[in-house]
Design a protein around this ligand. Structure first.
Ligand code: AR6
Length: 231
């Protein structure tokens, strides 16, 4: 290992984290700088307790609907742990639907360290925001606000003071933000999904008719925001 360059080690990490088959890896489907890429986590399935099977159907359907509307852009579903159920379920369902693996794939990694930790350059990342668009609160929201530094909060406040469930908003990151300078992230898209957790605001009390509709709207809004950046 000591003889390997940092570049070689980075490629190995990338292959390990990248959920594609051998053929796709050989065709060079893994990260290439310069391709507009949105990294997004699963919306609402952790703190907001949305059912994973239902969420995975919505992710795959919405990706299928949108994947050809983003030019040469790519969509990458990210989760922090190798044991991620949502990544594994979505990966299988996307393969059944023959979604182009160069345009959509899954990746294990911390969304705030994708380039430095996994060798995957994503110029845009999603954030599971709270309705007040405030830092903290745990989960991916706390991690992204921490990694971006105070500039993200300031830039967010300039754009909006709150977000309704099913909506997303794009915030350009100032270049001095560490998330920009260290990871190459130029935009954060805050998105608010449906909440099934009685301890959080606007709980839908297990109403999956409304919940599924709102989750679909949240992904559509997220992907539309990304498409506007790519244009
Ligand atoms: N990198 C990649 N994925 C992550 C990371 C990370 N650093 N951290 C979490 N995930 P959650 P929600 C995954 O709970 O259910 C917040 O406090 C995680 O494994 O952050 O939409 C907000 O302020 C899961 O798959 O979001 C809201 O109030 C996914 O990200 C509320 O929680 C989403 O987990 C939103 O809840």
């Amino acid at each position: 290992t000591s003889d390997k360059t940092i570049r070689e080690l980075s490629i190995e990490t990338t292959k390990e984290n990248h959920h594609v088959n051998e053929g796709q890896e050989q065709s060079g489907a893994y990260p290439l700088d310069g391709v507009p890429t949105l990294a997004f986590h699963s919306i609402s399935t952790a703190d907001f307790q949305f059912n994973i099977e239902k969420a995975s159907d919505i992710i795959v359907e919405t990706v299928e609907e949108f994947v050809n509307k983003i030019g040469n852009g790519r969509l990458v579903l990210v989760d922090i742990s190798h044991g991620s159920k949502i990544l594994n379920v979505v990966k299988s369902k996307a393969a059944i639907k023959n979604i182009d693996p160069a345009k959509f794939f899954t990746f294990v990694g911390d969304i705030t360290k994708l380039r430095s930790g996994g060798g995957l350059h994503c110029n845009v990342i999603a954030n599971a925001a709270n309705w007040r668009l405030k830092p903290g609160g745990g989960g991916v929201n706390a991690a992204i606000f921490d990694a971006a530094g105070p500039d993200l909060d300031t830039a967010t406040k300039k754009r909006a003071g709150s977000l309704a469930p099913g909506n997303a908003i794009t915030v350009p990151l100032p270049s001095r933000s560490p998330l920009f300078s260290n990871q190459g992230v130029t935009h954060v898209i805050h998105v608010l999904g449906p909440n099934m957790n009685p301890k959080r605001p606007n709980c839908l009390k297990d109403d999956y008719n409304v919940g599924c509709k709102v989750l679909h709207e949240a992904y559509l809004s997220l992907f539309e925001n990304f498409a506007s950046i790519v244009k």
